[in-house]
Design a protein around this ligand. Structure first.
Ligand SMILES: [Zn+2]
Length: 209
């Protein structure tokens, strides 16, 4: 669980751990909170933080962080740093911090239910499912998810940043086109991107389909 993430000199990384995935979901959440227009901040409903249900969830998450070891504790401290940047009101900041802490332990200690309770005020503005984008090729938590024409932008730490054509996503989903090895896709992405600043479109023809 606390296995360090190792990177070789070419930048490839080992299979992400659950903690790595939680960290990337937490970072995605902070980014979305930061990008939320201030007028939305005012609409986030502040729950009664002393209410039994909310307080209980918070206490269990605190306990989980304490129990989950040094890696989680360090990240929880880091989360407070990340949250300085969005310049949130103190109430929203406190809420966001509890959510980030809940995300960090969500599947390490089966805290899903507690996270749902803590997350509720943000759900109408930042649906939790939208933070869980994974690379369709390797399953690593990815950034992006927005659509450009008939492509979906996937920014994957293992495969690189690419735009998956709608047809290739469908073929992968149906299982009628084999998914490439992340290292192979990374090579294709790099070659197609060349010196462009745009993410390259990946179609089935790039993958021998
Ligand atoms: Zn990937």
């Amino acid at each position: 669980m606390t296995r360090p993430r190792t990177a070789c000199h070419t930048g490839c990384v080992s299979q992400p751990t659950a903690l790595d995935r939680n960290r990337s979901v937490a970072a995605a959440f902070v980014k979305r909170v930061r990008d939320l227009n201030r007028q939305w901040h005012a609409q986030i409903e502040i729950p009664d933080r002393d209410a039994e249900q909310y307080m209980g969830a918070r206490i269990r998450v605190d306990d989980a962080i304490r129990g989950a070891g040094q890696g989680t504790k360090t990240l929880a401290q880091q989360a407070a740093e990340w949250l300085k940047e969005p310049n949130l009101s103190s109430e929203i900041h406190a809420l966001a911090l509890t959510v980030v802490q809940g995300i960090l332990v969500q599947n390490l200690l089966r805290q899903g239910q507690d996270l749902a309770t803590l997350y509720r005020p943000f759900e109408p503005f930042i649906p939790f499912a939208s933070l869980l984008l994974v690379c369709p090729v390797c399953g690593t938590a990815a950034d992006g998810g927005h659509h450009l024409n008939d492509t979906t932008v996937i920014i994957c730490p293992r495969c690189g940043g690419y735009r998956a054509a709608g047809t290739v996503l469908t073929l992968w989903e149906k299982g009628s086109l084999a998914k490439p090895d992340p290292a192979v896709l990374r090579g294709i992405v790099k070659r197609k991107r060349d010196t462009s600043t745009e993410y390259p479109v990946i179609t089935q023809y790039d993958l021998g389909g």
